[in-house]
Design a binder for this molecule. Structure first.
Ligand code: SF4
Length: 252
């Protein structure tokens, strides 16, 4: 029986037990949602690590709740990759992207983590701080990298990620030249098994993306169905922002 709400760890353990250990090569805790919001985040990750000792275990975080203690716990669990989504290169850019004012806190956290990690002799986890191109100019990125003062040979590295839609809020305009949008082909599944054609769609508000239900429909039929094909056609001819309200305000 699907349930709504916070992930129950007993159910999570049951779900893990249903996945053959040799079939899973990588677990990527990324996408919409923030793992540290769950009080049992570390127990969930430990369950994954114990069940899939050879899988690559990666995690993305906005780092608002990250601190050195959590970082140490991630090292104990055996996380392979950690990406910190700083995104902005200044307080103003960060605020414009995230509609929040955590830039200074995040920079302090990154410095604390980098200092701790530098003090260790072993660096099994790859740690990357990500900023976005396009919304930060090349000059702003270069200035930021110099300003933050973390050496090139540090175990904490920086990456400039191509700007794409990940559910943030940047500009409030619609852009018919933005399409086709690749996210239309990244489906999202709700607790009830409802399948939405776009990973940015909200399960309550964005029913125009609802293409079927995994408990009732075959995925192949959903893909060939009228709803998805209509969205696909509009995406291809650059009019999806007229068909789906979310696309008209989305910062793709
Ligand atoms: S809402 Fe529309 S524009 Fe935004 S990611 Fe989804 S398909 Fe793309």
């Amino acid at each position: 029986m699907p349930v709504k709400g916070r992930l129950d760890l007993d159910r999570f353990a049951e779900a893990l037990a249903n996945v053959g250990p040799r079939r899973l090569r990588a677990v990527d805790m990324t996408g919409i949602g923030e793992a540290f919001l769950h009080k049992g985040w570390d127990r969930a990750l430990k369950m994954i690590r114990d069940r899939f000792p050879d899988a690559t275990l990666s995690m993305n975080t906005n780092a608002i709740l990250l601190d050195v203690d959590k970082f140490k716990r991630m090292l104990e669990i055996g996380i392979d990759n950690l990406t910190i989504s700083l995104n902005g290169t200044s307080r103003e850019r960060y605020r414009a992207i995230n509609q929040a004012d955590h830039f200074d806190t995040l920079v302090a956290t990154i410095h604390e983590i980098e200092a701790y990690y530098r003090s260790q002799s072993h660096h099994p986890m790859q740690v990357v701080v990500q900023v976005l191109d396009t919304v930060n100019s090349p000059e702003e990125i270069a200035t930021f990298l110099e300003w933050i003062g973390i050496a090139d040979d540090s175990a904490v590295t920086f990456s400039v990620h191509p700007y794409g839609n990940w559910g943030g809020v940047i500009f409030n305009y619609s852009c018919s030249d933005c399409y086709p949008c690749i996210h239309l082909y990244v489906p999202e599944v709700s607790y009830e098994g409802d399948v939405y054609a776009c990973c940015v769609a909200h399960a309550v508000h964005d029913k125009e993306f609802l293409i079927g239900n995994l408990f009732k429909d075959r995925f192949d039929d959903m893909y060939k169905g009228a709803v998805f094909q209509g969205l696909h056609e509009a995406n291809m001819n650059g009019t999806i922002h007229k068909k789906a309200h979310l696309c008209s305000t989305c910062n793709h």
